[in-house]
Ligand binder design. Structure first.
Ligand code: DC
Length: 240
């Protein structure tokens, strides 16, 4: 099984449950969820840098599973092949630049619907989040499934046309041959797939703060996100 540390499942349980109250006094865990091209990845990285935390883009895990299934010559719809790829995933390969390509996002969304794939990736994400002094994880199910006890939960979204325009601009800057209408259609289909799957569908956790970046630039979105984190930190302190 893919591991972040080598101390086994008990190590995870110790840091995640046994020592939780002690650890929470000095740790900060931030869950950022949202749909494709909402800007959550950029926000997660900036917030992590701002607070000196580790950062994990969990979409890369699903992208890497899709990549490995395709590389083995199997269909993305082959659940057994996808589960095997998830169990064998080497975290050292997450820096592969090809994972950022549009097709890999689509492949990720297909394999992400399989419960066995999701469960194979869960321990790695939780172990990553348990490192000191804390971590920011971004994805679709971080606040609802991976880290239901995260200190701060933010659901980042934006109108689908705005997200498609941002994604299209990224694709053009990478030299990907694409039409805006196709990007819009693809993002709509991805939203439907990510929200419609049975296991861990994308949705805003009841205790997450909604951050709509439709009319916000990167800087304003970052400031709004920091304000949400600060507010949660202050409230947490008051409650102690
Ligand atoms: O964030 P991203 O676009 O890189 O994610 C690619 C796909 O991976 C996304 O469409 C659905 C899946 N995913 C998921 O199901 N759960 C996550 N926590 C992160 C990504």
């Amino acid at each position: 099984m893919m591991r972040f540390r080598r101390d086994g499942p008990l190590g995870l349980r110790r840091s995640f449950h046994g020592a939780r109250n002690r650890a929470r006094q000095r740790m900060l865990t931030i869950a950022i969820d949202g749909p494709a091209a909402s800007g959550k990845g950029t926000l997660a990285k900036r917030i992590a840098a701002h607070y000196g935390l580790a950062c994990l883009d969990t979409g890369l895990l699903y992208r890497a599973v899709g990549r490995d299934v395709l590389a083995s010559g199997q269909s993305l719809e082959n659940e057994k092949a996808a589960a095997a790829a998830a169990r064998a995933l080497d975290p050292a390969t997450l820096g592969d630049p090809s994972l950022r390509l549009t097709d890999m996002g689509e492949a990720a969304s297909v394999v992400a619907k399989f419960p066995e794939v999701r469960s194979a990736l869960l321990a790695f994400q939780r172990e990553f989040a348990a490192q000191e002094p804390g971590a920011v994880l971004d994805g679709r199910d971080i606040a609802t499934v991976v880290l239901p006890e995260a200190d701060v939960k933010i659901f980042v979204t934006a109108d689908v046309e705005v997200r498609a325009r941002r994604r299209y601009d990224e694709q053009v800057s990478r030299g990907e041959p694409v039409a805006y209408a196709h990007t819009l259609e693809t993002i709509r289909a991805r939203d439907e797939r990510d929200m419609g799957r049975k296991d861990s569908p994308m949705r805003q956790a009841p205790d997450a703060v909604l951050l709509d970046t439709t009319s916000l630039g990167i800087e304003a979105s970052f400031e709004a996100a920091v304000a949400i984190v600060q507010e949660r930190i202050e409230n947490g302190r008051q409650a102690c």
